[in-house]
Design a protein around this ligand. Structure first.
Ligand code: DX5
Ligand code: ZN
Length: 216
């Protein structure tokens, strides 16, 4: 069964408690986007917001770091309540193995993320050292963008490589422009965790939107 991770970036920041409550029983994870204004041209939120959500969330926190020097901050995000932490290959490059190990040593699941213009082969050397792969289906930085169709091929390519190496338990998470209309094809390509921001929080009924994606 596919997991749905609503992205808090699209929630109502004046009523975060209400929005967490709205999806608490339906979501599988809470996806928290951390942007530093340097790796991406946008700034989102930091530790106090993650800590506040951790108090209310009934599901694990999936922290997506869109920051430079992720190794400086993974420990604080683990302390703030993250169960999963992913960082961009483009931000860590040849240090990716070290950062993955650092995250795992904190008892947190470690994920490596790639933007749509990064060849999927770049992360192949790290597949044995990670707990999940996050494939961006939009360029990291903003919610509400359109799903890039070429992402489907990238998802199946990584799925094939994971399976070839016997890493059948390593899930692929996909992030950006996902909603009830395309969730089926994203799943069919091999994704097991779907991040969804605007299609959940801007929906009339966030719980219905989550069910629609699960059943797509
Ligand atoms: C984009 C973020 C996404 C974003 C998804 O940089 O990583 O998690 O919140 O939002 P939607 O689902 O609206 O594309
Ligand atoms: Zn994200």
């Amino acid at each position: 069964m596919v997991q749905i991770a609503p992205s808090i970036l699209s929630a109502d920041f004046l009523h975060l408690s209400k929005d967490v409550e709205l999806v608490n029983n339906y979501a599988d994870l809470f996806h928290l986007d951390i942007m530093d204004g340097s790796f991406v041209p946008n700034i989102s939120f930091g530790f106090p917001v993650v800590e506040a959500i951790a108090k209310k969330a009934a599901k694990p926190l999936d922290v997506h770091l869109m920051i430079v020097n992720p190794e400086k901050y993974v420990e604080r995000f683990a302390k703030a309540g993250a169960s999963m932490i992913s960082f961009h290959y483009e931000a860590a490059r040849e240090n990716s193995g070290l950062v993955l190990r650092q995250i795992r040593d904190l008892g947190v699941k470690a994920g490596l993320v790639i933007n749509p213009d990064c060849p999927v082969e770049a992360i192949f050397p790290y597949l044995e050292e990670l707990d999940f792969v996050l494939i961006m289906s939009v360029f990291a930085g903003f919610g509400g963008q359109r799903f890039i169709p070429e992402s489907l091929e990238r998802i199946s390519c990584v799925r094939k490589e994971l399976d070839k190496r016997g890493l059948t338990n390593v899930p692929i998470e996909v992030d950006g422009g996902i909603g009830p209309a395309n969730a089926g094809s994203v799943k069919a390509a091999g994704a097991e965790i779907l991040v969804a921001g605007s299609s959940v929080f801007k929906a009339e009924s966030p719980s219905d939107a989550i069910s629609a994606m699960k059943n797509a």
